[in-house]
Design a binder for this molecule. Structure first.
Ligand code: BEZ
Ligand code: FE
Length: 288
């Protein structure tokens, strides 16, 4: 066949891979071509606009390296990451909801004893974080691996300022105790912008959007026989809860920081300065 026009080219392209050996590949490509062609027919780009789009994707690829993933950031800021999350982790009200992993997770974070202070060389208001991990049937999960990481008072993660901090800070790995409980000291994180010095920043600017994420603590929790839980705890007082740049906020993940004057903390330690406390009880889904 030849002489394709605006209407006939879509079926011609789909026909071309009708013999694809893998049905999933065939189905995904079929849908991709249909939606992409419909998008182009709807938008009717000029040649200049099409070249701009190609350049945008080229710049997105070129800025990626082992510590910068602009395509994931693009997916995050267009709501695709949370859409994939919603499809794969539907909220059923029984288990803790998941949210985006983000680019600042490190798989070999330092391990700490329960009750340790993971602040490192970060500065900020001390915070006591505690909670528990249980299975969907209510059984406490002893020995669950709890990874936590968060930004500092200025909105930066340790991996963004390793030279200044001299190592991991605001990041650690714990094992829950025999009752599935965990507790540790750190500092209270603040809101921060997603990286805006690349094409995604240009896109947010062009769309008239701000780049801010509301303050949060990241958690990644693993326990045998259960689905890995990737989630956050958000600060109820944050002004960006309803306009998170990556659409990651879920009401059930929002908690209060309670302010305390100097005195005896919940773990029995004596605090000479004011501190805050926050708590969350995580419920994990059994592996299906
Ligand atoms: C984060 O929370 O660390 C994050 C998530 C998505 C994009 C950028 C940062
Ligand atoms: Fe984050």
């Amino acid at each position: 066949m030849r002489d394709f026009n605006e209407k006939t080219i879509t079926d011609a392209v789909i026909q071309r891979f009708s013999g694809a050996p893998n049905e999933r590949v065939k189905g995904v490509c079929d849908s991709l071509v249909r939606h992409l062609h419909d998008f182009v027919r709807e938008v009717r780009p000029t040649y200049e606009e099409w070249e701009f789009a190609i350049d945008f994707l080229t710049r997105t690829g070129k800025i990626c390296d082992s510590s910068r993933q602009e395509f994931i950031l693009l997916s995050d800021t267009l709501g695709v990451s949370m859409l994939v999350d919603a499809i794969n982790n539907p909220t059923d009200g029984r288990v803790t909801s998941s949210t985006v992993l983000g680019p600042f997770f490190v798989d070999d974070a330092p391990e700490f004893e329960l009750g340790a202070d993971i602040t490192g060389n970060m500065r900020g208001t001390p915070a006591y974080v505690s909670g528990s991990v249980s299975s969907q049937d209510g059984t406490p999960l002893a020995g669950a691996l709890v990874d936590v990481w968060h930004s500092d008072d200025d909105g930066f993660y340790d991996v963004q300022q390793l030279e200044k901090l001299g190592g991991a800070a605001g990041r650690g790995r714990f094992k829950t105790d025999k009752d599935g409980k965990f507790w540790f000291w750190t500092i209270k994180p603040t809101f921060y912008p997603v990286p805006t010095d690349g094409p995604v920043g240009d896109m947010l600017h062009a769309q008239g959007r701000h780049p801010w994420r509301p303050a949060h603590l990241h958690f990644l929790i693993r326990a045998p026989g259960h689905r890995k839980l990737v989630t956050h705890i958000f600060d109820r007082a944050d002004k960006y809860l309803d306009s998170d740049a990556v659409f990651g906020v879920k009401e059930e993940l929002v908690r209060d920081y309670v302010e305390h004057p100097p005195g005896i903390a919940p773990d029995g330690s004596k605090r000479d300065t004011a501190y805050s406390t926050i708590a969350y009880d995580f419920v994990m889904a059994k592996q299906g």
